[in-house]
Design a protein around this ligand. Structure first.
Ligand code: ADP
Length: 502
């Protein structure tokens, strides 16, 4: 199969969160199965020179965006059996940030979506499936069906859209989006592109994609409810039969405590002595008291409300009263920067916080901590808890989304489980769960070691999920055949405008 991934980020080139891990890990796995897999991302200035030096110029052309004509260069390199394309335009992507500023996100990612479709004939690449990820690529399925599908080159291309986080939808004014993408007034009704009076890139994808996936089975259920649905739950319920939850994996090579060169000492499930050395090195490098018998709780991730940090804020004094250490690595909201900056001073030697993007330190925390705290309000999949388990660090999570699908709370009745969890979004429920975990750390080393072993030997690879995606691509293949047969039955097919299937 010929498959094109379109996303705004991918490891190892540019990453702000889990989306990049998923795109960068899944594409090579599918390529290894013998498929022609190509990935297209914007050529952000954040991509290190070591990569941009290795790209080759493939072609360039002009992209029409309303009254604008913008340069679009296609740069490319091959890696791990995958062809990577980079959409080059310095005005849109040569800025010192990736998202969220400038006030013209609709134009930047409108340009990206349009360029992805326009480049295909020039590359002579006609994918059977375009797999678009998150709102930045959300207009691709919509533009394809509305403006391109009448052209023979595009007519048979099917689309699949993956929601990595429903909270970020790409919401803009209708006039602005029309000005850039030229979508006529008749398309702005609530069964098509309009969404509560606005344009919404995520909604466009949910209406026009042939199939929809999200990154865990639980999240696929949750987003059909008003609590988790971010005002799109009605649409998701309507498309229920085309919506699938496929659990993310992690890159088992990159996150391997037996080989990881970023950590102080390597270790395996059979020989854990290196983990103690990792803990000592972590405490020392962050200025914490070097104490082998004090449990270290790690947190790595975006400092946002989603991650349940308001619960930590609420009971931080009670957490610290249990004689634990807390290590936080993340970037995000000022409120949490203030909280952890204050806490570091207040609990000197027991709390360390770093507010940067630091992959080495992230690995060192996964390896050196005893517990990993992730009390998310919602969590589409979450990678950090799986990475933590792979390094023998026991997760404490709230039972939501992918956390619920990957962490099973230790059950003392039957001995099952691989971590600790709580259900209600409640600071004291979280606190009691931390207390429970700490009591196992001190009083039941045999249980602790059993849970560590289970976590470290769990299968978090992409093997299973890659097969699931292939199964869905094949489903689209069947749809292609069906639609072709239908077309052949029609005596005079006149396609003026393609509207979504009922
Ligand atoms: P999300 O996609 O919601 O941000 P995930 O748990 O799915 O959360 O993925 C987050 C990924 O980003 C993990 O690989 C995590 O280690 C990494 N990460 C997050 N913040 C940082 C940071 N400040 N430094 C290094 N890695 C980080």
């Amino acid at each position: 199969m010929k498959i094109l991934f379109a996303a705004s980020e991918s490891v190892p080139f540019v990453k702000t969160g889990g989306l990049a891990d998923v795109v960068g890990a899944l594409a090579p796995v599918l390529a290894r199965e013998g498929h022609d897999v190509r990935v297209v991302i914007p050529m952000f200035s954040a991509i290190p020179k070591e990569w941009t030096d290795r790209t080759e110029h493939v072609c360039d052309f002009e992209v029409q965006l309303g009254w604008r004509r913008q340069y679009c260069g296609i740069e490319s390199l091959k890696k791990d059996g995958v062809t990577w394309y980079f959409i080059d335009n310095k005005y849109y992507f040569g800025r010192p940030y990736i998202y969220g500023m400038g006030g013209d996100e609709y134009e930047r990612f409108g340009f990206f979506c349009r360029s992805v479709l326009n480049m295909l004939p020039l590359l002579g690449f006609q994918p059977e499936v375009i797999h678009a990820h998150d709102w930045q690529s959300g207009m691709i399925p919509a533009l394809l069906k509305i403006q391109y599908a009448h052209l023979p080159f595009y007519a048979k291309i099917k689309t699949i859209f993956t929601i990595h986080n429903l909270q970020y939808q790409g919401i803009f004014g209708i006039r602005e989006v029309q000005d850039v993408l030229g979508l006529g007034d008749s398309l702005w009704t609530d069964d098509k592109l309009e969404c509560y009076g606005c344009a919404n890139f995520m909604k466009a994808a949910l209406v026009y994609s042939d199939l929809i996936t999200t990154v865990s089975p639980s999240y696929a259920e949750e987003i059909q409810t008003a609590y988790y649905g971010e005002r799109l739950d009605g649409l998701l319920r309507a498309r229920k039969s085309d919506l699938f939850g496929v659990l993310n994996g992690i890159d088992m090579e990159d996150y391997d405590p037996a080989k990881d060169r970023r950590i102080a000492a390597n270790f395996t499930p059979e020989n854990m002595s290196g983990k103690a050395e990792c803990k000592r090195a972590l405490q020392e490098s962050l200025g914490l008291n070097v104490q082998a018998d004090v449990p270290v709780i790690g947190m790595v991730g975006r400092l946002s409300n989603q991650k349940g940090l308001d619960l930590v804020d609420y009971v931080i004094a009670d957490i610290m009263r249990q004689n634990v250490q807390l290590v936080v690595l993340g970037m995000g909201e000022g409120r949490y920067f203030n909280l952890f900056s204050w806490a570091e001073g207040e609990y000197r030697g027991s709390i360390a916080a770093r507010f940067t993007m630091d992959h080495n330190l992230a690995h060192q925390i996964y390896a050196g901590a005893d517990l990993f705290l992730m009390p998310s309000q919602f969590e589409p999949c979450g990678l950090s808890q799986m990475i933590a388990m792979r390094y023998g660090t026991l997760p404490i999570v709230r039972e939501t989304g992918g956390l619920r699908d990957t962490v099973l709370s230790y059950n003392e009745e039957n001995g099952e489980g691989n971590g600790f969890s709580f259900f209600n979004y409640n600071a004291h429920d979280m606190l009691h769960t931390i207390e429970r975990a700490v009591s196992y750390y001190h009083d039941h080393p045999e249980v602790w070691q059993k849970l560590q072993y289970r976590g470290m030997t769990g299968d978090y690879s992409w093997n299973h999920s890659a097969k699931e995606y292939l199964r869905l691509y094949e489903k689209l293949f069947e749809k292609r055949k069906e639609s072709r047969e239908e077309k052949e039955d029609e005596p005079n097919p006149v396609v003026v405008e393609i509207v979504p299937e009922e």
